[in-house]
Design a protein around this ligand. Structure first.
Ligand SMILES: Nc1ncnc2c1ncn2[C@@H]1O[C@H](COP(=O)(O)OP(=O)(O)OP(=O)(O)O)[C@@H](O)[C@H]1O
Length: 253
């Protein structure tokens, strides 16, 4: 059963430096599920992900037309507030970027910015998020030690905990396991599967096995257009479109 769409993209077009990068994108991304964006290198996966939290605002020579509705609010409307939009989303990039401070302060950073000062409230937020990301037992004895001393896999989970601490609705991941070893990759994948009960998760991945393992839905993008969107089994095992079939079989990369 298709779940209620949380992100609805309507007639979205993106031009960068005069090039038509995303073409007439129309899609509804279901709530409380994992949706993976797949497609060949340079097809526009990351650009599409960036339109969901207005990260393209920081790119030069970009024009975006159309609408992206999150919770029925058009995030590209003239009065839309970027800070309010981004508060709804946690972003996990390819490599972890912990802030140059302690493990505790990384997780408490967002809540503090949003005005939480009470120590016991912050303590319980930090503990909850570190437990939710499976880090608590590994770091509880060194919460006030520097975050950059953690392994890369732990740092990535810490970045996820930092994002979750401001209670987003959506988690965006851009090839967020590409810098990780296989064990850390599995840990993050398991986390996504567990977290989808509470969050809507949209991931860019070029690893089809990963997309198959953890996604409920797949978006296949080719040269800036959505070729196919549907439940994972349908798109990967019984694609409707010849282009998808060729990509899944590895004939296009
Ligand atoms: N800031 C930018 N300036 C100029 N061109 C850009 C910029 N960002 C993206 N592009 C172009 O937009 C197209 C899509 O890029 P994008 O990063 O979205 O693709 P992708 O599918 O995520 O690729 P990959 O899998 O290789 O990361 C590419 O042709 C890229 O060169």
């Amino acid at each position: 059963m298709t779940q209620h769409p949380l992100i609805r993209v309507r007639d979205l077009n993106v031009h960068i430096d005069g090039q038509h990068i995303l073409k007439n994108i129309n899609i509804s991304i279901p709530d409380k599920s994992v949706t993976s964006i797949i497609g060949p290198s340079g097809c526009g996966k990351t650009t599409l992900l960036k339109t969901f939290n207005r990260l393209l605002d920081d790119t030069a020579n970009v024009t975006v037309s159309g609408s992206v509705l999150v919770d029925d609010e058009d995030i590209y409307a003239p009065h839309a507030e970027v800070t309010h939009i981004r508060k709804k989303m946690g972003l996990l990039s390819q490599r972890p970027y912990p802030l140059p401070m302690s493990i505790y302060d990384n997780v408490a950073y967002g809540p503090r910015i949003h005005g939480i000062r009470d120590k016991s409230t912050l303590d319980s937020i930090v503990e909850k998020q570190l437990k939710d990301t499976g880090l608590w037992d590994e770091v509880k004895e060194r919460l006030h030690g520097p975050a950059n001393k953690l392994s890369i896999g732990q740092q990535q989970r810490l970045c996820l905990a930092r994002g979750l601490a401001v209670q987003p609705e959506i988690i965006l991941g851009d090839e967020s396991t590409s810098a990780l070893d296989p064990v850390s990759t599995h840990t993050i994948e398991d986390l996504f599967v567990r977290l989808k009960e509470q969050y809507t998760i949209v991931l860019v991945t070029h690893i089809l096995r990963q997309a198959r393992r953890i996604s409920d839905y797949i978006i296949f993008v080719y040269m800036g257009e959505i070729v196919e969107f549907g439940p994972t089994e349908e798109v990967l095992l019984h694609p409707k479109e010849e282009l998808t079939r060729q990509y899944v079989k590895g004939f296009i990369s």
